[in-house]
Design a protein around this ligand. Structure first.
Ligand code: AMP
Length: 279
């Protein structure tokens, strides 16, 4: 991959990278559409990175279908599918990791303490291997996208990071490879994440500023209309990813949540406008 990418760069091609864990769906493929607008050659990586899964998480049963991925990626315009093995990515004893303070330890980081260390490390490795001019990530994983942007800035990676909008099913459920774990019954209920975010949007647009009240309304909706177990419903300032409890003078806030349906953990988020009070 390094040799191929170097050849492309030497011939003046602008490389765009889309990192994924495979089992491709329309969310992943929308990143390909976006990267194509910004590059000459599209590289997609498919790698289920073991270092971002903790013991007891779904590494072994994570859905995989490489031949379907190859077909879908090629049809959508991916030029190179990079599918490294664990031995290639982590040969011998791997000792170097990238860890971000603060932001890695809240929200998802509270429930998955080693997750973002694995994510940041594997993305840094992929960026160093492919050396793309531009790399695409999804807003679906908002905290991950923030962390990658921050890492790239903090560590002077020479790449443009672009974050693409969330692709949803018709009923609002965000597309995710993990949705296949849901039973029919759970799948029906799972759009409650989206509906709770829309409820927050509506409350904020009506002038509510107490995020505690917004959270309570969301929790009530989720608990009364589904069997989902809430890990968190939180609000952050989009520019800093710091948790907030009052909308205050912010024009926009980011609402994020994680809800478990049986063994399946779903995450979602939405950028919400805050109605500014006229003096
Ligand atoms: P994953 O294979 O789950 O690691 O996802 C690979 C990339 O696709 C990440 O940047 C995700 O944020 C992005 N992605 C996953 N689901 C969606 C979606 N529903 N809409 C937009 N991007 C997504």
């Amino acid at each position: 991959m390094q040799t191929a990418a170097e050849g492309l760069r030497l011939s003046g091609k602008k490389i765009g990278l889309v990192p994924t864990m495979g089992y491709l769906h329309e969310g992943h493929l929308s990143l390909v559409d976006e990267v194509k607008k910004r590059s000459d050659v599209v590289v997609m990586s498919v790698y289920v990175n073991p270092t971002q899964f903790a013991q007891g998480e779904d590494l072994d049963k994570y859905p995989r279908d490489l031949s379907r991925d190859e077909k879908n990626a090629a049809e959508r315009g991916v030029n190179y599918l990079f599918v490294p093995s664990d031995r290639e990515m982590y040969p011998e004893e791997h000792l170097s990791f990238i860890e971000l303070n603060k932001v890695s330890h809240i929200l998802e980081g509270e429930f998955r303490p080693t997750h973002f260390k694995g994510v940041a490390t594997v993305v840094a490795k992929l960026l160093n291997i492919v050396k793309p001019a531009v790399a695409l990530f999804g807003q679906k994983d908002a905290q991950q996208a923030f962390i990658i942007r921050k890492m790239v800035r903090d560590l002077n990676f020479d790449v443009e990071i672009v974050v693409a909008p969330i692709v949803r099913e018709e009923d609002g459920l965000a597309l995710s490879s993990r949705n296949v774990y849901l039973s029919q019954y759970q799948r029906k209920q799972a759009n409650v994440l989206y509906r709770s975010l829309k409820l927050a949007e509506s409350n904020l647009s009506k002038g509510e500023t107490s995020l505690e009240k917004v959270r309570s309304a969301m929790v009530r909706l989720i608990s009364s209309e589904s069997e989902g177990k809430i890990d968190y419903v939180s609000f952050v300032e989009p520019a800093t990813f710091c948790k907030i409890e009052e909308a205050g003078s912010l024009a926009e806030i980011l609402a994020l949540l994680a809800v478990r349906f049986g063994q399946t953990r779903l995450i979602d988020n939405m950028l919400l406008k805050v109605r500014q009070r006229t003096q």
